[in-house]
Design a protein around this ligand. Sequence first.
Ligand SMILES: NC(=O)c1ccc[n+]([C@@H]2O[C@H](COP(=O)([O-])OP(=O)(O)OC[C@H]3O[C@@H](n4cnc5c(N)ncnc54)[C@H](O)[C@@H]3O)[C@@H](O)[C@H]2O)c1
Length: 315
Amino acid sequence: MRVLITGGAGFIGTHLANRLCKRGSIVRVLDDLSSGDPTNLLSAVHFARGDVRDVPKLWSLLQGVEVVFHLAALVSVPASVLYPREYNDVNVGGTVSLLEACRDVGVKRVVLASSATIYGDQRIHPVVEELPPLPAVPYAVSKLAAERYLFTIGQLSGFETVALRIFNAYGPGQPLPPTHAPVIPLFMKQIAGHGSVIIYGNGSQTRDYVYVDDVVDALVSAAAAPAIDQEVINVGSGQETSMRQLVDQIGHMVKATAHVLENHETSGGIQHLVADLTKARQLLNYRPRTTLADGLRQFYDLDPRMQARQGRVLA
Ligand SMILES: NC(=O)c1ccc[n+]([C@@H]2O[C@H](COP(=O)([O-])OP(=O)(O)OC[C@H]3O[C@@H](n4cnc5c(N)ncnc54)[C@H](O)[C@@H]3O)[C@@H](O)[C@H]2O)c1
C-alpha cells in the first residue's frame, strides 16, 4: 500500500509511519515541522517538509497514493482559545486544501485524525458517535468542521472517507512543550522529579487515556476495513480515569508521592469523557491492548526524557 501521512513527523504520525513502513507499505510524510521532529522516522519513510495548505506540493506527493492519513493540525486546546484564527487556518483550511488535492489527483480513501473534544460536555457516558456534538473550544470546532468537509468533499468527489475521534492519546515521543503540555508526560516528569502537580478544578474530571500503539492499530485498520465510508468512529481505551486516579497511578509507578496543588479558579474543562467502543469493535475489529498501568510503564521506560528525570543512564 502506498500512503501519505500529513503531520507524519508528529507524535502519533511517527508511530503510524514507522508501523506502516515495517508492514511493507510505501510511506510518504508531509510535515512543516512546526512541532514535529523527523529524526525518529525510519530511514525508509520518505519525508517532505512543507505546509498541508500547499496544494501544488500535495499534487506531487499524492501521485500513486491510495490512502491518505490526515494528521497535520495544531493540537493545543488552550492555544486554540488564544489563536482561533490560526487554528481555523491550519485545521480547517489545511483539511480543505488536502481534500481538494485528493479530488484532483484521485485517491481511494482519506482517514482523518479527528478528536473526542468534539463531544464537549455530554450527559450520556460513555459517548457514542451519534450524540449531537457540543464543541466548546475553537480546537474542537475546527475538528468538527474538518469532519464535515471530509465527508462532503469525499462524497462529491467519489473517494472514501472516515473520521476517527481519538480520545487522550499518550506514549513515547509525545511532545512536552513548555506551555500547554499534555497531562500524562507533564505529570510523569513532575512527579518523578519530586515536583508539584497542579490539578484544575477538584480533580474529579475524567478522561479516556489511550496508548499510542492502540491508536495506531485503529488507524491501520481504517486504511483497509470494508464498509466504513463516511463513518465517524471513536478510538479510546473505553476506560474512564479521573485526574486524581491518574496522579496516584503515576506516583505508584515512579515510587514517589505526588504533591498536588488544586487550582479552583480555572475549570478542569469537560467533566467526563470516555469512549463507547462498540462501533470501533464492529467496524475496525478494534481491541485496545494496553491498560493504563502498562502504557504508563512503557512510556516511562521507553522515553529518554523520562529516564533523564531519574538520573538514569541514557542510551
Ligand atoms: N494526541 C492526542 O491525544 C490526539 C487526540 C485527538 C486527536 N488528535 C489528532 O491527531 C493528530 C496528530 O496529533 P499529535 O498528538 O500527533 O500532534 P502533533 O502536534 O505531535 O502532530 C501534528 C503534526 O502536524 C504538523 N503540522 C502542524 N501544522 C502543519 C501544517 N500547516 N502543515 C504540515 N504539518 C503541520 C506538526 O509539525 C506535527 O508534526 C492531530 O490531527 C490531532 O488533532 C490527537
